[in-house]
Design a protein around this ligand. Structure first.
Ligand code: PEP
Ligand code: MG
Length: 316
């Protein structure tokens, strides 16, 4: 089957009814980029930059980060790269020696953008490195775990400040599109604020499920309740996609849901046209896209979202 799938590498991802679909890769290190290109990804939808920071005693400085982002950009051979700013905390801890406080509940604590805004010098270092990499290819910036308008404003102000710092130093930098992860229910429920400030949005379904259902995504004892098809999760996903499409705002899904072939038809039916996933899933998802007819899937997907037991309908 792998052999048959590999023939789809250069086939454009278009549905039977002519809808173009973008299949992007999630990567953790710059070295993953060539495999993403090889798998037929048309770009990187999520570079989890925190992996550059984990498992080490000293955080990477601006130059080291710049070189890492540059390697990812070069590895993608001109295809767009979306770099997510650091998302440490919870299931992605920093080295013990770098943690000054023992957090009670890291998933609800100083994680991701909260951590970045609590340490502006560290955050500015990363922002400058990303802006510098953007001088060498198409780069977008993605901000994790936003929930408050005040966090959005602080983040955008720091991005502007990082640009000014580079200008003052006479260092080259490039333009970036700026996007937000929609992965906290509060963000999905106040989407109009995010639509106002950002160039694109990306649904982080891994965390959206965790925070909607109050299920720790890393806790085996409740793993059976971690349900991507819970009607509450589907409602948030469906409404976010629909509202973005209404406003002509780019939206993707970059959580595990995007790489699950059992979910492809549902997401297409809900109007999703951009999926970001582990490179190993791209060809299998593409095969689903090639077989799909979104004019038929749309009414069916609306029924699935409204059902008491969406999983029961998913086979149809
Ligand atoms: C997500 O939450 O769905 C996501 C893509 O980010 P991460 O899994 O890195 O938290
Ligand atoms: Mg997440």
């Amino acid at each position: 089957d792998r052999g048959r799938l590999s023939r789809l590498r250069h086939t454009p991802a278009v549905t039977l009814d002519g809808q173009k679909v973008e299949l992007l890769a999630n990567i953790e290190m710059p070295e993953d980029a060539p495999a993403a290109v090889k798998a037929g990804a048309v770009g990187v939808g999520l570079f989890r930059s925190e992996f550059l920071f984990m498992g080490r005693r000293k955080l990477p400085d601006e130059e080291e980060q710049f070189l890492a982002y540059l390697r990812a950009v070069q590895g993608m051979e001109g295809l767009p790269v979306t770099i997510r700013t650091i998302d440490v905390g919870a299931d992605k801890p920093l080295d013990e020696s770098l943690r000054d406080v023992a957090h009670l509940n890291p998933a609800l604590g100083l994680r991701a953008i909260r951590w970045s805004l609590a340490d502006p010098a560290m955050f500015l270092t990363q922002l400058r490195a990303i802006l510098r990499a953007a001088a060498h290819g198409p780069v977008s910036m993605l901000i994790p775990m936003l929930a408050h308008a005040s966090e959005i404003r602080q983040t955008l102000a720091l991005i502007d400040f990082a640009r000014t710092e580079l200008d003052n130093r006479g260092v080259a930098h490039g333009p970036v599109k700026i996007g937000a992860m929609i992965e906290i229910p509060a963000a999905a429920l106040t989407l109009k604020i995010f639509l106002k400030y950002f160039d694109f949005l990306s649904l982080g379904t891994n965390d959206l499920i965790q925070y909607t259902l109050a299920i720790d995504r890393a806790d085996e004892s409740v793993a059976h309740l971690y349900d991507p098809l819970h009607p509450a999760v589907l409602r948030l996903v469906a409404d976010t996609i629909a509202e973005c499409n209404r406003q002509g705002k780019m939206v993707s899904v970059c959580g595990e849901m995007a790489g699950d072939v059992a979910m492809t038809r549902l997401l297409l039916g809900l109007g999703l046209r951009c999926f970001s996933m582990h490179p190993a899933q791209i060809l299998a998802v593409k095969q689903e896209v090639l077989r799909a007819d979104t004019t038929r899937l749309a009414p069916w997907a609306a029924q699935v979202v409204d059902a008491d037991d969406p999983a029961a309908l998913l086979g149809g």
